[in-house]
Each structure stands twice: as C-alpha cells, then as structure tokens.
Design a protein around this ligand. Structure first.
Ligand code: HEC
Length: 140
C-alpha cells in the first residue's frame, strides 16, 4: 500500500498548482490523494514509535549478560560501546515488561538510561541491579 515514495503525492500536488491547470475535479482528487498519503506516513511513523528496536531479551543478552553494561560502568568501554549501550537502554524504556507496573518500569529504565548517558560508573552499576529488577518485572 505504501510502496510508492512519499514525495510523489505532495510533489505532484504542488506542481499541479504551479502549472495552474487545476480543475475542480482534479483538485479534489489530488487533495484526496495527498490526504491518504499523509495518513499513510502518519501510520508508519506511529508504528515505528510503538515498536522498540530490540526486545527486552535481546537487550538483556547483549547489554547485561553480554557484559556491555559492566564494561561501561567500569569505564573500560570505547565510545562506540557507550553509544551502543545508550541505544539498547533507549529501546529498553520503550518496551513493556512481562510483569509489573508499566509506569514504574518506564521510570526505572529511564533512570538506567540517564546513568548510562551520564558516564557515572558507580551510579550505573547501582541502577543496573539484575536481581532487584528481575524480581519486579521478569516473568517466571
Ligand atoms: C531494568 C530492569 C532490568 C535490569 C536492571 C536487568 N534486567 Fe535482565 N531482564 C529484565 C526483564 C524484564 C527480563 C524478562 C524479559 C522477557 O521475558 O521478555 C529480563 C531477562 C533477562 C535474561 C533472560 C533473557 C532471555 O533470553 O530469556 C537474562 C539472561 C538477564 N535478564 C540478565 C540480566 C543481568 C545479568 C542483569 C544485570 C547485569 C540484568 N538482567 C539486569 C529486566 C532487567
């Protein structure tokens, strides 16, 4: 449905105006087309926002079990690794945990993300408490 490039709708719409060849009927048709296009683009944007880039499991295996978080917390990570952790934690905030309160989850993971961004290793280590978080949000 959205296979055509998003630029063609509005572009054609404006070039039609420039050529001054707008008939009543053509105008309505173009408007409808442009409206549909914008709706389509809106839906795609919405979908992207709602779907996190990684699942919690992916993030756990990479950032936590994989040791990336510990590495950043002990200040042994490269800039690229720090950026990767920030990316993973950003996706973590966007996820919903299998159990526990979703609003609390958002708050906790936002803190975790802020710690990763701050570069304060001690704070990050404290925020990345495996057992405390699993007890509240990890399913069986
Ligand atoms: C901010 C909360 C939070 C913190 C902190 C956290 N975890 Fe998790 N972890 C979770 C949640 C929620 C799940 C369950 C995900 C699911 O079932 O979809 C999980 C699942 C896991 C899994 C299972 C992944 C899989 O493939 O099934 C492992 C392994 C794991 N965590 C390791 C760790 C380790 C190691 C640490 C500490 C260094 C840690 N986690 C810290 C929230 C957290």
């Amino acid at each position: 449905m959205l296979s055509s490039s998003p630029a063609t709708g509005p572009e054609r719409f404006f070039s039609t105006i420039k050529r001054g060849s707008l008939t009543c009927c053509g105008f309505v048709k173009t408007l409808t087309l442009a409206g549909l296009m914008f709706m389509g683009v809106g839906l795609v944007a919405l979908g992207e926002e709602e779907k996190p880039k990684f699942t919690i499991k992916q993030i756990m295996n990479k950032a936590m079990k994989g040791g990336l978080c510990t590495k950043v917390a002990s200040d042994k990570a490269s800039d690229a690794e720090k950026q990767e952790l920030i990316l993973l934690f950003t996706a973590l905030v966007a996820n919903t945990p299998p159990k526990g309160d979703a609003a609390d989850w958002k708050e906790k993971t936002t803190t975790l993300l802020a710690c990763a961004k701050s570069g304060d290793g001690a704070k990050l280590k404290k925020a990345a408490n495996c057992a405390a978080c699993h007890m509240l949000y990890k399913g069986k």
